[in-house]
Design a protein around this ligand. Structure first.
Ligand SMILES: [Zn+2]
Length: 1016
C-alpha cells in the first residue's frame, strides 16, 4: 500500500460504495444532508490494508468465519510452558504447535485465512523458524491469508493497566510486525476479545495508534441484551472528552458469542463436537443437519446486527494445535452452505478476518450510534461482577507499577547517555529485557491478578530478571554522565527498609535521578543504624537531616531511618554525600515518640499547607484542613472488611480472583479504634496507628507537602475461622455528593460514576456493593461541586462510593473459594513464609477547592508514577574519562517543561534515533484556576542538553507509521458529521499540545561528547 494512502475526502477516487439498502433489520433513516456527506466521504479506492479481502456477495447475508486462537501470555501455565506445550496435564496447550500447524493448513488451501494476535508468542516462534519458513509466512501475510490483529506484545488488561505501560507494550509488538513484515503486517483492527470489561482510555489509545476499529467479546449481560435489541452491538466509541473528534473515535463491535464458535460447532482437537460428515453413504452422515443448523444460527445472529454481514469467531483458547481439524470442517461447511445458493439460499459464507469484516461494515455507509462512557463494571450474570480483580494480587500490582517507574528511568538514561549506556565499565546494559517483562505483565491475566499462583510467581521472576540489565545500564550511564566510575549499589528492598550499604558503611553517596521534566524535591529515607550523619548537597553544603527511630513493641522493629530532603533538577540527578559523624548533632530533633493516652483535645500534625487531626479516643483521622485554601473538612478514615461470599440462596456465586461478591453489604470495621503513637521531628510528622495485629497505618506529613500520606500495612489477613476477607480503606465525609464519584481511566482521563446507574441502560442492580465498584488506576475523588477530596493510589485498586460523602478503596483480599471462571484456584496468596501475604502501600489524600483540584492531583500523580530513582555508591570512584571533572548535578534539559506537559517517553529506538512522546496531562476545562488546561507550545530544537536533534519525524502513538501518511477509516455517526482536520504540520520550533494530546516523535540525534552541559 502507498504510504500516502488516504481513505476519505472529496473526490477520493473510484469505487465509492453506496449505502446498503438491503439489510433485514430496521434502522434509523438517514437524514438527507447526512446522506450526501456519506456519499462524498465514501471509502476511497486505496483502502490501506484491505486490498486482499475476499469478495462478498452484495445481495446476500455474508457470514465471515474468523479462524483464530486465543493464546494467553500466562494464565494457568507460565508463558514458557504455554509456548512449548509443557505441563499439558494442567491445560493442553502449546503455542509453537499452533503456529506450525496453522502455517501448514494455510498452505494446503489458498482460500483459508487465519488471524494471530499475541506477539510475545509469535515473535518467539518466528525467531526459531528457518529462512524458508519465514519466506513462506511473509507470503501468507502479504496475501492476507495470515492477518495480524491488535499486534501488541500481549492482549492487555484494561482495568488494572496504566496508559504508559499500554502504549509501551503496543509499541513493542507493533514494532516487531513493522520490522518483520512492513506495512503488510500492520494490524488495522484492535482485537480485545477476552479482557473483562473495557476502558474508554484503551479505545482512545487504539484510535491514536491508527486502528480502524475494535472488536471485543465481554460486556455486561444486561448491556448486551439491550444492545442486541437496539441493534447497537456495533457503534462508534467517542473515547475522549478532550480530544477533538474524530481523533479518539473508534468503531467498536461486540462479537456475538464472546470469542467462541456457535454452540456444537467447535471442531478443534480440544472439543468433542461432531465433525461434518458429507459421505451420504455413511450412517454418521450429518451434512444436511449441519447446514440447516448453521443457517438457523446465522439468521438468529443477523437479527442483532445492522448490515448484511455478520462475523463468527471459529476458535478459542489455545485452539488450532491441529489446525487441519478446524479447517477441514470449515472447508466443508463453506462448500455445503454456499451450494444451497443454487436452491435459492441467500446466505454466503466465507473465510474472512477481523479487518475484512470491518471493511464491509465500513462500506455499508451507515450512521452509527455513539457511546461516550465505558464498559465497566462487567457482570456475566446476576451477582457475578468482575470487580474483584481490580484489587487481586496487590503486591504484584505494586511491583508492576514500580517496574514501570524503573523502566522509564532505565529507558531515559539509555537515551541520555547514548551507546555508552549499553556497553561500559560495568558490562552490557539493556532496557529491553525489562521492557519485554513489563509488556508481558500487561496481559489480561498478569497484572490483573487472575493467573494461578505459580504463574504469578513467574511474572515476578520476569520482572526481577529485567531489573538486572537495567541496573548495569544505570551504572554505565550514571558513570558517564557524572564523570565518575563509582561502585553503584541498588537497594531493591528499600520498601521494607533493608539496604546493606547504608546500614553498614561509614560514608556513602546517594544519587537521586529525577525522570520528570521539572525539578523535584524528594524526601530521601534510608535505613541506617543508630547514630548521627552529616549530609551534603551537590555543592558541598550540609543540609538538614535526621535519624528517626520508630519505637516498636516488636524486637524486629523497623531500623532507624536517615531522612533528608533532596532537590533534583529536571531529567537529571543530584548526588548527595552522607557521612556518619561521631557526635550526636543536636540541632535536628531526634525522635519524640508520644504514646497517646486519651486526651481532651485533638491530636494534630501540620505543615505550612495541611493540618490533619485525630480523635484522641479512637485514634482515627477525623479532620483535614487545607491551610492555603482555608478549607476544613471532617474526614474519618478507617479499615473495614467484607466477608467474601461462598454463595447464598440467590446465587451460588463465590467471591474469587475475578469476582467480588461480599456476603453482606455492610463491611465490618477491623477495629473501631487504633492505638497510636506520634512522631514529630523537624523533617517528618507521623501518627502511627495500629488497628490490629494485621492492619496498621502511618499517617505522614513532610514539610512543604500538599497532601496527606497514608502508608498502610495489611496482612497476613487471618482466615483461620474459615472466612475469606476483602479489606478496604474507607473515608467518610459530610460532602453531599448526590450518588456521584469519579475515577480515572488507565491513569489519564476521568470518568463520572453514579451509584446504581449506567449511562446507557436501565440497570437492574443485583449487587449493591460489587456492582458499584470501578477500576482506580491512579485516583478516585468525590466532590460537592465546591470541595473535592481526592485519593491517589500507588497501584491499581478497586474503588467506590457506596454512600454520599464516602469513598473506599480495596487494598487486599484473601479468599478461600474459587469463583468458577477458569483459574481453578482460590486467591489465597500465602506469601514467602506460607503464613499469608502482607502488603504495604500508600494513599495520598488531597483536599482542594474543586476548581483547584486538578492542578493538585495531576501534578502529584505524575510525581508518584515517575518517582525519583535512588542509586547508592560507596564513593571515591575513579574518573570516567581522563581529566574529566566529576559532576554532582546534571540536567538533560536546557529548560524545564511547563507543568501541563508530561514527558511520557524518552527511549532509545535504534543506534541513532530516540523515541520521544510529549503529553498534555490536563483535560479540557479541568483546571480553571491556573489555566493549565490551555494548549501549550514547545520549542524542541535545543530542549535537550545531552544530545542534538538533527531530524524529527512525527508518528502515530505506537510509532509504527508516520503521522502524515497514516489514514484511518472515518465512520458516520447519528450525532452528525465531524470536521476532518489534517494533522498539524510539524515545526520543531513550535510543537503545540492541546489538552490530553500525546505527540510521538522519532528523533535522529547526535550525543554530546561530554554528556551535556551542567545546568547549575
Ligand atoms: Zn485470555
Amino acid at each position: 500500500m502507498g504510504a500516502d494512502a488516504r481513505v476519505s475526502g472529496l473526490g477520493a477516487g473510484r469505487g465509492a460504495a453506496g449505502p446498503r439498502m438491503s439489510s433485514r433489520a430496521p434502522r434509523p433513516p438517514l437524514q438527507p444532508l447526512l446522506f450526501l456527506l456519506v456519499l462524498l466521504a465514501a471509502p476511497g479506492a486505496r483502502a490501506a490494508g484491505y486490498e486482499m479481502c475476499p469478495k462478498a456477495q452484495p445481495n446476500m447475508l455474508n457470514v465471515h468465519l474468523v479462524a483464530h486462537t486465543h493464546d494467553d501470555v500466562g494464565w494457568l501455565k507460565t508463558v514458557d510452558q504455554y509456548f512449548y506445550g509443557i505441563k499439558n496435564d494442567i491445560q493442553h496447550a502449546g503455542v509453537q504447535y499452533i503456529l506450525d500447524s496453522v502455517v501448514s493448513a494455510l498452505l494446503a488451501e489458498p482460500t483459508r485465512r487465519f488471524v494471530y494476535v499475541e506477539m510475545a508468542f509469535f515473535a518467539r516462534w518466528w525467531h526459531q523458524q528457518t529462512n524458508a519458513t519465514q519466506a513462506i509466512v511473509r507470503d501468507l501475510v502479504r496475501q492476507g491469508r495470515l492477518e495480524f490483529a491488535n499486534g501488541g506484545w500481549v492482549m492487555n488488561d484494561e482495568a488494572t493497566t496504566h496508559y504508559g505501560a499500554i502504549v509501551d507494550q503496543m509499541t513493542l509488538g507493533l514494532r516487531f510486525l513493522e520490522d518483520t513484515f512492513g506495512a503488510d503486517g500492520r494490524p488495522r483492527v484492535a482485537w480485545h476479545i477476552d479482557p473483562f470489561g473495557h476502558s474508554r482510555e484503551q479505545a482512545s489509545l487504539f484510535a491514536q495508534m491508527g486502528f480502524d476499529g475494535l472488536f471485543f467479546g465481554r460486556l455486561d449481560y444486561q448491556d448486551k441484551k439491550v444492545r442486541e435489541e437496539m441493534l447497537e452491538m456495533e457503534h462508534v466509541w467517542r473515547a475522549s472528552a478532550s480530544l477533538r473528534p474524530p481523533a479518539a473515535d473508534l468503531f467498536t463491535g461486540v462479537l456475538p458469542n464472546g470469542y467462541n464458535p456457535p454452540e456444537d460447532m467447535c471442531w478443534d482437537s480440544l472439543c468433542s463436537d461432531k465433525p461434518v460428515v458429507d459421505d451420504a453413504g455413511s450412517p454418521e452422515y450429518n451434512a444436511d443437519q449441519v447446514v440447516e443448523y448453521f443457517l438457523h444460527q446465522a439468521a438468529v445472529q443477523s437479527q442483532h446486527y445492522r448490515t448484511n454481514h455478520i462475523v463468527m469467531t471459529m476458535g478459542s483458547d489455545f485452539q488450532y494445535q491441529n489446525a487441519n481439524m478446524w479447517f477441514k470442517n470449515l472447508d466443508k461447511l463453506i462448500r455445503l452452505v454456499n451450494a444451497q445458493q443454487a436452491k435459492g439460499s441467500r446466505v454466503h459464507v466465507l473465510y474472512s478476518t477481523p479487518a475484512c469484516y470491518l471493511w464491509q461494515l465500513h462500506k455499508a455507509n451507515l450512521a452509527w450510534s455513539v457511546k461516550e462512557d465505558d464498559f465497566f463494571p462487567y457482570a456475566d450474570e446476576a451477582h457475578a461482577f468482575w470487580t474483584g480483580y481490580f484489587s487481586s494480587r496487590p503486591a504484584l500490582k505494586r511491583y508492576e507499577r514500580r517496574s514501570y517507574n524503573f523502566l522509564q528511568v532505565c529507558s531515559q538514561l539509555e537515551a541520555l547517555a547514548g551507546p555508552a549506556a549499553n556497553e561500559g565499565p560495568y558490562g552490557s546494559g539493556d532496557s529491553a529485557p525489562l521492557g519485554e517483562a513489563m509488556a508481558v505483565l500487561q496481559h489480561h491475566d498478569a497484572v490483573s491478578g487472575t493467573s494461578r499462583q505459580q504463574v504469578a510467581d513467574d511474572y515476578a521472576r520476569q520482572l526481577a530478571a529485567g531489573w538486572g540489565p537495567c541496573e548495569v545500564l544505570l551504572s554505565n550511564a550514571l558513570a558517564r554522565l557524572s564523570g565518575s566510575k563509582e561502585t553503584f549499589t541498588f537497594c531493591r528492598e528499600l520498601n521494607v527498609s533493608v539496604c546493606a550499604l547504608t546500614q553498614t558503611a561509614k560514608r556513602f553517596e546517594v544519587i537521586i535521578y529525577n525522570p520528570l521534566g521539572r525539578k523535584t524535591d524528594w524526601m530521601v529515607r534510608l535505613p541506617v543504624t543508630k547514630g548521627a550523619f552529616l549530609v551534603k548537597d551537590p555543592n558541598g553544603k550540609s543540609v538538614p537531616s535526621e535519624v528517626v527511630t520508630v519505637p516498636s513493641s516488636d524486637i524486629q522493629g523497623p531500623p532507624p531511618e536517615l531522612l533528608f530532603s533532596a532537590s533534583v533538577p529536571a531529567l537529571g540527578f543530584s548526588i548527595y554525600s552522607v557521612a556518619r559523624v561521631p557526635d550526636w548533632t543536636p540541632q535536628f530533633h531526634p525522635l519524640s515518640p508520644t504514646p497517646l493516652k486519651p486526651k481532651a483535645h485533638l491530636l494534630t500534625i501540620r505543615n505550612k499547607h495541611i493540618r490533619a487531626a485525630f480523635d484522641p479516643n479512637t485514634g482515627l483521622l477525623v479532620e483535614l484542613e487545607n491551610l492555603d485554601q482555608k478549607l476544613v473538612l471532617p474526614v474519618e478514615q478507617a479499615f473495614y472488611w467484607y466477608n467474601a461470599s461462598i454463595g447464598n440462596q440467590y446465587s451460588s456465586q463465590a467471591s474469587g480472583a475475578y469476582i467480588f461478591r461480599p456476603d453482606q453489604q455492610k463491611p465490618l470495621p477491623v477495629r473501631h479504634w487504633a492505638t497510636t503513637r506520634l512522631v514529630k521531628t523537624s523533617l517528618v510528622q507521623e501518627v502511627h496507628q495500629n488497628f490490629s495485629a494485621w492492619c496498621s497505618q502511618v499517617v505522614r506529613l513532610y514539610p512543604g507537602q500538599r497532601h496527606l500520606e497514608l502508608e498502610w500495612t495489611v496482612g497476613p489477613i487471618p482466615v483461620g475461622e474459615g472466612w475469606g476477607k476483602e479489606i478496604v480503606s474507607r473515608f467518610d465525609t459530610p460532602l453531599e455528593t448526590g450518588g456521584r464519584f469519579y475515577t480515572d481511566s488507565n491513569g489519564r482521563e476521568i470518568l463520572e460514576r453514579r451509584r446504581d446507574y449506567r449511562p446507557t441502560w436501565d440497570l437492574n442492580q443485583t449487587e449493591p456493593v460489587a456492582g458499584n465498584y470501578y477500576p482506580v488506576n491512579t485516583r478516585i475523588y468525590i466532590t460537592d461541586g465546591k470541595v473535592q477530596l481526592t485519593v491517589l493510589t500507588d497501584r491499581s485498586q478497586g474503588g467506590s462510593s457506596l454512600r454520599d460523602g464516602s469513598l473506599e478503596l480495596m487494598v487486599h483480599r484473601r479468599l478461600l473459594r474459587d469463583d468458577n471462571r477458569g483459574v481453578g484456584e482460590p486467591l489465597a496468596e500465602a506469601g514467602a513464609d506460607g503464613e499469608g501475604l502482607w502488603v504495604r502501600g500508600r494513599h495520598l489524600v488531597l483536599l482542594d477547592k474543586a476548581e483547584a483540584a486538578a492542578a493538585g492531583h495531576r501534578l502529584q500523580a505524575e510525581r508518584e508514577v515517575l518517582a525519583p530513582q535512588v542509586v547508592l555508591a560507596v564513593g571515591g570512584g575513579t574518573p570516567y574519562r581522563r581529566g574529566a571533572a566529576p559532576r554532582k548535578q546534571f540536567s538533560a534539559l536546557r529548560r524545564e517543561l511547563p507543568p501541563s506537559v508530561h514527558l511520557l517517553t524518552l527511549a532509545r529506538w535504534d543506534s541513532r534515533t530516540l523515541l520521544l512522546r510529549l503529553e498534555h496531562q490536563f483535560a479540557l476545562g479541568e483546571d480553571s484556576g491556573r489555566n493549565l488546561s490551555s494548549p501549550v507550545t514547545l520549542d524542541l530544537r535545543d530542549l535537550f542538553s545531552a544530545f542534538t536533534i538533527t531530524q524529527l519525524r512525527e508518528t502515530t502513538l505506537a510509532a509504527n507509521q508516520p503521522r502524515k501518511a497514516a489514514s484511518r477509516l472515518q465512520w458516520n455517526t447519528n450525532t452528525g458529521p465531524v470536521p476532518q482536520t489534517a494533522p498539524p504540520a510539524l515545526d520543531p520550533i513550535a510543537v503545540t499540545l492541546r489538552p490530553m494530546e500525546i505527540r510521538t516523535f522519532l528523533a535522529s540525534v547526535q550525543w554530546k561528547e561530554d554528556g551535556g552541559t551542567n545546568p547549575s
